[in-house]
Design a protein. Structure first.
Lengths: 545, 474
């Protein structure tokens, strides 16, 4: 979840509230706060509420839940006289723009605005891949017509934080932002850019702005460009930004747009959701009347219109999380307070069903413990070099070691023995666990199987050290196992057998080969057996029927 | 019953009638401390009498030792026969005066014109004879007159010691006789049991140091974390939930798409789950179409079936919940699954690449949020978390969404579960009727709290020693 750092006075000077109350309010708004020092707090905001990634958004929501302001906040707006021309940009075709006038940015306000931009990049912007935001000091733009175009990589400008002119290519190759974000937008020899009337670069989305239009505490009026790969996301992001600047006291300026699906931006788009009153009550499990529903909605900063059996909810432009009625219902529940909702007494009628598989697992565990084996739980993930036959290989492993899913318990049990050679002998261990085998008849081509492995490690080992306990376990389960000579690289030739029940293979056991002991750096001889519990289950079910 | 040492002491006492502790110690070659403690215990049983006596004896001095070696001065003088004084002086040196004095006193010599003349023939003084006897036997009682002379001449000195005089009692004799009919043996054997049964005899087993620590024995034991998972499982079964499973290798469709997570959702990025080579096959085409439609309509993007068919290691057991929904269960229904999930993470005290989750699903025609809260409260109550608190939350597939915090005495409020009513966008495409509540609980953290572990790696410890010694929780 994204976290933001706030100067708490930017909240508490707008709403008179103690630190503890602020905590509670944030808790009931899905957020969580932690004190950093006397001035700053760290707030964790849920990803569905990008509008709360800045003090203004938090204050707006808090005012509602505290009952200080209800219904949708009204922000001043006007026309800007600016024109934004969107031409064909192949990698990021969508762009919108807005102006905001009359801001008063102090140091903290400026820091938070830049933080807001970064957090939106990370969330709605999907690390700038989907959406990128450019913030400019409008007075420094010095032009009424601004364009979104492709520029050649040889085009020069002074990037933000630099003193010298650089070519676009230089920026992409030699700056940190260029290296991080250039690749997602560059197309052949061209790069998207926001330019003024004269063609001078104002920003190079999604990489960097120009030094020329840098915002500072002197900035009063902003020009905002939002570009990206999804028109929806571009429009939503711009709405979220201008609404919060409106909350900060700015006047939203509409820009004429050319070459886009709309002619004016920001869209400040409202949507309407018709919520049946009965739906609210049925979902939450309460009996609110219409007045109460409307009251809760207005505390969540919605304007509403009453219908016969429903309430029409007007969703403000910044509430990009509202997809359907159910989202509005959640807001009613939040306004009521989750902890004020009396949990219904849990009612149940009968014990749940499980299957024979689990009974078998329990019995096998009991029997192996009776045979003196210590239960272990090893990781399902292991290294592919320890596996034989087909297995699920991880395409994007995070460590050199864990790059495959085990298809047998033998290698993970041997790994464990390898790291336990200094304890008192003998070491007798077992695991009942899942492996993944392939091919198999499932829609993924892979199947989980439950197996049991038991192993003995001692200064001297014989085949019977593992055959005897395994045999006893199987006989206790009512089976008459037979052993059939086989060969397997894990085992010493002539000291390994398949465990058979009739024609069904139910396991394998034997003495571990010297080659495998060496591979795993095991200095003691080991005997190991693996029982296939799924096969066993088939046999046992067959016997039952 | 006599111990081995007791029996040996009684045996010896029965032969000597009485003996002191020192003699006993040297005769039986036992440390004096063992003798002292054993006779004390014999005395308590009434098998011996102990009498403390003060005993005096004479000890030969160094002077006495010298005289024993060299002879008494007067004896040496007399052996010279007639002898001129200067010659006798020369031969006796410093002892000359003593020799002449004592010889005169005993009337053994006279002096005529500077010549010493013996008057008797037997030049052996009684002092030497007594000294020899005293030295040979510390208990020898010497002639009182001679002792006076010996002390006067600094040849002996008197010594006083305390001794324990031990005598066997009649009960002691009886006990000794009784014990002779027993055989002392080390370990009982089957042969011995049978032979004693047949012969009617008896044996005494040698005593062992029963208070010493035994050698280490390793037990076959259940794994504590597996036991915890079983307790949780039993709890859900008791509450009327049916147990279900699904595989580790999963299609993104069930792990994400069915759960209304858009294909460009950050949680679906490559570094947030493990991918597996290959594609699965979504066999229910109707379901596929409806899921595709809901993504297109609600998230407004081009949904790609190829992405949904990609294989991965499931990152949440909610994938199992998707699998259940895809079978169109009829309400009312309750399901749970406990299983491993996989996420690429750094391995540290709080993160592993694989860990356990519990996912639950309740489907009822009129299920509601308050009932879900009641279900969650009941689960946690049964898992031992009496106090819970609900926090609004966000998950892509539930609305309203809630996080459950449990109160843990030492830690305060700890986040324990994510839950919510499944969104209509999740339920409707499956064709399932009714409303559903779902939740996921991370079981590793709960187990760590229960077992007081601060490192998640201890739950999957590969250290046999740790598992052998792990305390069993009641």
């Amino acid at each position: 979840m994204p976290t933001i750092i706030l100067d708490r006075s930017r909240v508490t000077r707008r709403i008179k509230i103690s630190d503890k109350e602020l905590n509670e309010v944030l808790f009931s708004l899905k957020a969580e706060s932690k004190e950093i020092d006397r001035q700053y707090i760290e707030v964790e905001v849920n990803t569905d509420r990008p509008d709360m990634l800045i003090s203004e958004g938090i204050v707006r929501a808090a005012k509602g839940i505290l009952g200080l302001e209800k219904g949708e906040a009204i922000y001043r707006s006007r026309t800007s006289g600016l024109t934004f021309n969107v031409s064909r940009v192949r990698t990021r075709p969508y762009a919108l723009a807005a102006a905001v006038y009359g801001l008063e940015l102090d140091e903290e306000g400026l820091r938070e605005l830049i933080q807001f931009q970064e957090k939106l990049h990370a969330t709605l912007g999907r690390k700038r891949k989907k959406v990128a935001i450019g913030l400019h000091d409008l007075r420094k733009v010095g032009s009424d017509s601004i364009s979104y175009i492709e520029v050649d990589l040889s085009k020069k400008f002074v990037p933000l934080g630099h003193k010298e002119e650089m070519s676009v290519k230089d920026v992409l190759v030699n700056t940190e932002q260029g290296k991080n974000y250039g690749e997602i937008a560059v197309s052949g020899s061209s790069m998207p850019a926001i330019v003024d009337e004269k063609g001078d670069v104002l920003s190079l989305p999604p990489v960097i702005n120009s030094e020329r239009t840098r915002i500072s505490t002197e900035t009063r009026d902003l020009f905002i460009d939002v570009t990206g790969t999804s028109f929806e996301a571009v429009a939503e992001t711009l709405d979220v930004i201008v609404a919060n600047l409106g909350e900060a006291g700015g006047v939203i300026g509409f820009v004429d747009v050319k070459g886009a699906p709309v002619t004016i931006s920001p869209l400040l788009r409202h949507t309407e959701v018709k919520v049946p009153k009965s739906y609210v009550n049925e979902v939450i499990g309460v009996e609110l009347n219409e007045d109460e529903i409307v009251e809760h909605l207005s505390r969540m900063r919605y304007n509403t219109q009453r219908g016969d059996s429903y309430v029409k909810v007007v969703v403000p432009p910044y509430r990009v999380d509202v997809i359907s009625e159910i989202d509005v219902v959640e807001d009613v529940a939040m306004s009521m307070g989750y902890n004020n909702l009396r949990p219904e007494i849990y009612v149940y009628y009968r014990k749940g069903d499980t299957d024979l598989r689990h009974d078998l697992i329990s019995q096998v565990r009991e029997l192996l413990i009776g045979a003196g084996f210590l239960e272990i739980m090893t990781f399902v993930l292991t290294h592919s070099s320890l596996l034989m036959g087909r297995y699920a290989q991880i395409k994007n492993p995070i460590s050199d070691y864990f790059n495959a899913v085990r298809n047998s318990l033998i290698p993970t049990t041997l790994s464990l023995l390898s790291s336990n050679q200094t304890v008192s002998m003998p070491v007798k261990v077992f695991e009942v666990g899942e492996v993944v085998i392939s091919p198999c008849d499932s829609d993924t081509g892979y199947c989980n199987e439950t197996r049991a492995a038991a192993a003995v490690m001692d200064s001297e080992i014989s085949y019977e050290d593992i055959q005897a306990p395994v045999h006893s376990v199987l006989k206790s389960l009512g089976l008459s196992p037979r052993y059939k000579r086989t060969a397997s690289p894990y085992f010493i030739p002539g000291r390994v057998a398949l465990i058979m029940h009739g024609s069904e293979e139910i396991g394998i056991l034997g003495e571990v080969s010297i080659d495998w002991l060496n591979r795993l750096n095991i200095e003691y001889p080991v005997a190991i057996g693996e029982i296939y519990l799924d096969a066993l289950l088939r046999v046992l079910k067959g016997k039952r029927d | 019953m006599l111990t081995e040492t007791e029996r040996r002491i009684l045996e010896h006492l029965s032969k000597v009638e009485m003996i002191d502790d020192l003699q006993l110690s040297s005769s039986l070659e036992l440390p004096r401390s063992t003798v002292m403690s054993t006779i004390e215990s014999l005395k308590l049983k009434g098998l011996v009498n102990i009498e403390e006596i003060v005993k005096s004896y004479y000890e030969v001095t160094e002077e006495g030792e010298r005289r024993l070696r060299e002879g008494m001065p007067e004896d040496r003088l007399l052996k010279m026969g007639r002898v001129e004084i200067p010659k006798a002086k020369e031969r006796l040196g410093a002892d000359f005066e003593l020799a002449v004095g004592w010889a005169k006193k005993k009337g053994w010599i006279r002096v005529e014109n500077g010549v010493i003349v013996p008057t008797v023939n037997t030049p052996m003084s009684s002092e030497i004879l007594e000294l020899k006897k005293i030295k040979a036997d510390p208990d020898y009682a010497p002639d009182p007159d001679i002792v006076k002379t010996l002390q006067l001449r600094n040849l002996v000195r008197r010594k006083v010691v305390k001794r324990l005089i031990i005598r066997i009692t009649s009960r002691g004799i009886k006990a000794l006789e009784d014990s002779k009919s027993f055989n002392y043996v080390g370990n009982l054997t089957r042969e011995l049991v049978i032979s004693l049964r047949n012969s009617g005899g008896s044996v005494v087993l040698k005593e062992k140091n029963v208070e010493a620590e035994p050698p280490e024995l390793t037990l076959g034991r259940k794994h504590f974390f597996r036991e915890f998972l079983n307790e949780v499982r039993e709890t859900l079964l008791e509450m009327g939930f049916n147990e279900v499973y699904s595989g580790y290798v999963e299609m993104e469709f069930y792990n994400f798409d069915m759960l209304f997570q858009p294909q460009d959702h950050p949680a679906r990025e490559i570094h947030d789950s493990f991918s597996v080579e290959g594609f699965g096959e979504i066999r229910d085409k109707e379901l596929l179409d409806r899921v595709a439609k809901v993504h297109k309509d609600k998230w407004k993007y081009e949904w790609e079936p190829g992405v949904a068919r990609r294989l991965m290691l499931r990152s949440q057991t909610t994938a199992t919940t998707s699998r259940i929904l895809s079978t169109k269960p009829l309400p009312p229904a309750r399901y749970f699954t406990i299983g491993k999930v996989f996420r690429p993470d750094s391995l540290d005290a709080t993160h592993l690449l694989e860990f356990h989750q519990l996912d639950g699903l309740v489907l009822e025609s009129d299920y509601n949020f308050r009932r879900l809260l009641g279900t969650l409260k009941e689960i946690f109550k049964r898992l031992g978390v009496a106090e819970v608190r609900f926090k609004p939350a966000y998950f892509p597939f539930t609305e309203p969404s809630v996080e459950v915090y449990g109160f843990i005495p030492q830690l305060g409020w700890v986040e324990m579960a994510g839950a919510g009513l499944l969104r209509p966008e999740v339920v409707q495409p499956t064709g399932v009727e009714g409303r559903a509540g779902a939740w996921g609980i991370g079981l590793d953290r709960l187990a760590m709290l229960k077992y007081g572990l601060s490192d998640i790696r201890d739950l999957y410890s590969n250290r046999v020693d740790f598992l052998r010694k792990m305390r069993v929780e009641l």
